[in-house]
Design a protein around this ligand. Sequence first.
Ligand SMILES: NC(=O)CC[C@H](N)C(=O)O
Length: 359
Amino acid sequence: MERLLVLEDGSVYRGKAFGSDNFRIGELVFNTSMTGYQEILTDNSYYGQIVMMTYPLIGNYGINRDDYESIDPVVFGFVVKDYCEEPSNWRSQQNLDSFLKAHNIPGIYDVDTRAITLKIREEGTMRATLCNPDADIDKVVETLKNTDYLHDQVSHVSTNKIYPVPNTGKKVVLIDFGAKLNIIRELSKRGCDLIVVPYNTSSETIMSFHPDGVMLSNGPGNPEDLPEVLDTIRELIPQTVVFGICLGHQLISLACGAKTYKLKFGHRGGNHPVINLTNGTIEITSQNHGYAVDIDSLKDTQLEMVYQALNDKSCEGVKHKQYPCFSAQFHPEASAGPQDSRLLFDIFVDMMNEVSENA
Ligand SMILES: NC(=O)CC[C@H](N)C(=O)O
């Protein structure tokens, strides 16, 4: 069956249908990872976005029970070049089409993903939707142009209940803005005794657990949509060790007085080189973000930049000059993507050990 991908600039791409027909308007973004489509599809940070893979062959190793980054995927659409219907992998339990159908995600394949990616690189990300071939295109384009980007996506993907992930090591409160499961796995592997809390939990409630540290997770949307969280972060920084990933990094930066801005087409993929400015080493990182911290705005803050993107020189990580607080724009938990930066979780645990030894 045919299906269309329509962009807000009026361009129409004709392809074939897979997944569900739950058509929604989303921001069309591209991801350059060669593998990892299951982790990408289940990453809550994509809430409200239609994801296009630049790697041409997708679906060939199926969907397995282990590579989920959330239980309930929230991607608004999936765009690929070649879809492989019959996966070949010992871990595979279902094909991609049945996964997309089960989670109500529409997909399209057999479109020229290289041409669409070049358009987005030149013109920036844009609103798009999938639709049936008999749709009134002028009307669809008009609706796309008149639809606002989403706000407050975090409230849809954060937990609404506090829950523990017990262990015997350092007590860590994880603020869930739509946390990837691999953040929980990496902290658990290091023995951390986790308490996961909703994104709008007060600093008093967080500190009532007497944590050794607080982890701020990744999450969808514009960091400026969460002003109430900034006060909480400002209150936490002088009291405990704080580590932020992606949205968590942007929120720490905003809380300390820096500014954020929207990138033209974002960083999404498993091959982004980043320089560690403290020792000059380069890490190949996993990334998924559309916003970034403004480097100039760090001047008037207590933060210093410690990581920088080699592709576009944007800020990739900061550290507080006075308190044990640091953050990364990229994903040290990887999943999908390279594991060069997992050391950051060890640094977090070391910082918590150091603070409790000196207490
Ligand atoms: N993965 C994330 O945490 C993404 C952060 C934020 N939503 C952005 O797009 O920049």
